[in-house]
Design a protein around this ligand. Structure first.
Ligand code: NIG
Ligand code: FE
Length: 390
């Protein structure tokens, strides 16, 4: 193993206040970071950096932890350009569009799904994402859901079983029969390939009782819950997520005071997905309200062909700052440490000794530029597990 020091960093975001300034970002100015193998072994002021085998000059630019995209739907085929076009002419988003992607996904070969996923991962990596979660949910048969999870598991440990995305078209007249399938034979086939179980708890998808039954069955099989909650309307999803100790309640667009209180008192992270509000022209989630209540907030892309066809965490950071009441510091924390918290991981999302060496080098003097210069491809270097990949 050889050690590498990245030196001459104008702003280093460690996400550890004990290492840098006392803000949550734990920023160090004129900094260096030392990588040995796949781990960070040292962070601090450049002038105090220990001797290493190799040296990379960051040229007075910013380094931050690789983004942790804790919510995406990347195993699918086809796209929904026409649906997006119609929305931009005034039609409302509805979960019904998911059926279009289900049909295309079922018709695709394993190779096509794999090629699609690989393309999106390369796209995300170029934009600084070093860890991603992804889900099934466009198969909705035992074989197609298990296949999606196998494809995903070849690329990430953060795999989520979402057989409960919508009721499969074949079960339109028998939703109870579909819940029985999702909690029975489909769960048995999918559980070995997944870490998480998710349900779309929403009118037109699954109600609170169905969602509880699905998540509870998943827990009994060793899967940990996360929930698509309160995206399109008020509902029971967020409080159910907290009750079941879900790692994350995702979307959180329509929240009552009781929902915010529940999140503040529990250990469930609120994952906000501004790409979805952007692409569906919906009301923004109120990040400020959640942060002021003491809720842990993550920011992710929700990349999927229907409601949010972006793989760009920097874009989501810019939206969150412009439209959701977050400061640039808060948004960057949420897209790194927040994403790690939403995946219950302590080895990523921070640049501290012992953490995985996942770093993003920006062509900018600080992380603030991610929001200040929206749409500009600022990511100019990415290290994943200590290896430079961009
Ligand atoms: O997170 N809300 C449910 N699922 C996705 C959208 C899926 C789709 O429209 O294809 C979401 O926004
Ligand atoms: Fe989603």
């Amino acid at each position: 193993m050889s050690s590498t020091a990245i030196t001459n960093i104008a702003t280093l975001v460690t996400n550890d206040p004990s290492l840098g300034d006392t803000s949550p970002l734990g920023q160090v100015r004129d900094a260096a970071v030392v990588i040995d193998g796949d781990r960070i072994v040292w962070t601090g002021e450049s002038s105090k950096a220990p001797a290493t085998d190799n040296r990379v000059d960051a040229g007075g630019r910013a380094v931050l932890p690789g983004f942790v995209d804790s919510h995406s739907h990347l195993v699918f085929a086809g796209d929904r350009t026409e649906e997006f076009n119609a929305r931009m002419s005034g039609r409302r988003y509805s979960a019904g569009g998911i059926r279009t992607t289900v049909a295309a996904t079922r018709a695709a070969t394993d190779g096509e799904l794999e090629a699609n996923l690989t393309r999106f991962l390369a796209e995300a990596l170029r934009q600084g994402t070093t860890t991603f979660e992804t889900k099934s949910g466009y198969g909705l048969t035992v074989q197609d859901e298990a296949r999606a999870l196998r494809v995903a598991a070849a690329h990430t440990d953060e795999v989520t079983y979402l057989g409960a995305h919508i009721v499969a078209p074949e079960y339109a007249e028998d939703p109870a029969g579909y819940v029985a399938l999702v909690t029975g034979e489909m769960l048995d086939a999918c559980a070995p390939h997944a870490r998480w179980i998710d349900v779309f708890c929403e009118k037109g998808a699954f109600d609170g009782d169905q969602a509880r039954a699905i998540l509870t069955a998943g827990k009994a099989k060793g899967l940990h819950p996360r929930v698509h909650a309160n995206q399109l309307s008020y509902g029971p999803g967020v409080q159910l997520a907290v009750e079941l100790d879900a790692a994350s309640a995702d979307h959180c667009t329509h929240l009552t005071d009781a929902d915010v209180d529940a999140l503040a008192q529990g250990s469930t992270v609120a994952t906000l997905l501004p790409g979805a509000e952007f692409s569906t022209r919906a009301e923004w989630p109120d990040a400020r309200r959640l942060l002021d209540a003491g809720v842990t907030v993550a920011l992710s892309t929700d990349c999927n062909p229907g409601s949010s066809f972006t793989s760009s965490v920097p874009f989501c950071v810019a939206l969150a700052v412009r439209d959701m009441g977050m400061t640039p510091d808060e948004a960057v924390w949420s897209a790194t440490a927040g994403g790690a918290a939403a995946l219950r991981r302590t080895d990523i999302g921070r640049l501290t000794p012992g953490a995985r060496a996942d770093l993003t080098l920006l062509d900018a003097p600080s992380h603030v530029h991610l929001a200040y210069r929206p749409g500009v491809p600022l990511v100019s270097g990415v290290w994943r597990s200590g290896v430079r990949v961009v």
